[in-house]
Design a protein around this ligand. Structure first.
Ligand SMILES: [Zn+2]
Length: 274
């Protein structure tokens, strides 16, 4: 069994503000270590559960946050940007199942630490075949295209709730209880790492014995609706061939399958950059 552990930073143990996840801020150095430790806990549990191979994909900012020198030596790490599959890089390479560590809720969610969808400075809303989605829905759908179910997610209670809406039967690991975008009741790393390891062990064991969530399936062709924060961003993104303008801030495009829709979404968000 080959497992992909896809990692973001906003849902990592202890994180409550942008300062914690911004490489230019001094606090960031603490939290990239905690990020590595949350990941190591998931790796530890996965191997106890009987996994054969673990690939970790760093998906935050420029994807170079996880400390390779402190990573569990049994795993391999996808690091750096851009990569073909970004937050789920490596998913097209024989992965049987995935685990999402440190994830966050979509833009506009109440009581959700650092809620956003891909870019907090650019993206207001994203629809996947008409359904509002954040990074959880997008990434789990890409995994689903390649036949890999998402077994488990770690983050605050709102990210976990969103994950359960996309993936029936997903194992939830709530490492903090958000009370606003920038406040939460935190569990210490010693506690969360134990939770993460035990849950990963259980989730992998379940998968190996045939009890696990189903891969997220997406109807094809795939239509993405993309609403930006401001109209000038849509003015720039609409330059993408095949996209149409829905209103001042919203564009839409249709692609043959989930991987091409994911890449087109990222291209449009990149075009919209100031
Ligand atoms: Zn992030």
């Amino acid at each position: 069994m080959k497992l992909l552990i896809a990692v973001d930073m906003e849902g990592i143990t202890g994180v409550v503000t942008w300062n914690h996840v911004d490489p230019s801020h001094a606090e960031y150095q603490r939290f990239r270590r905690l990020m590595t430790q949350d990941v190591n806990a998931a790796i530890r549990g996965a191997f106890l559960g009987g996994v054969d191979e673990v690939v970790v994909t760093d998906g935050h900012w420029n994807s170079d946050n996880i400390l390779i020198e402190e990573l569990d030596s049994r795993a391999r790490l996808n690091s750096g940007t851009p990569s073909p599959f970004s937050m789920v890089q490596g998913i097209d390479n024989g992965v049987d199942a995935a685990i999402f560590v440190g994830y966050h809720a979509r833009m506009g969610t109440a009581s959700a630490i650092l809620d956003h969808t891909w870019s907090s400075a650019r993206v207001q809303n994203v629809w996947l075949n008409g359904r509002l989605t954040g990074e959880i829905g997008l990434n789990s759908s890409v995994c689903g295209h390649f036949g890999a179910p998402v077994l488990m997610l770690t983050g605050d209670q709102s990210a976990n709730k969103e994950a359960a809406e996309w993936v029936t039967g997903i194992t939830n690991v709530i490492v903090k209880r958000a009370s606003s975008r920038w406040s939460a009741e935190l569990l210490p790393p010693e506690v969360t790492q134990k939770m993460i390891a035990e849950s990963a062990e259980r989730a992998v064991r379940g998968f190996r014995s045939g009890i696990s969530p189903a891969p997220v399936k997406t109807e094809t062709p795939v239509t993405i609706g993309l609403e930006f924060l401001n109209s000038d961003m849509a003015d720039k993104a609409i330059l993408m061939p095949g996209s149409s303008r829905i209103d001042g801030r919203k564009i839409e495009f249709t692609m043959p399958d989930m991987p091409s829709a994911y890449k087109a979404f990222r291209a449009a968000v990149t075009l919209a950059q100031r």
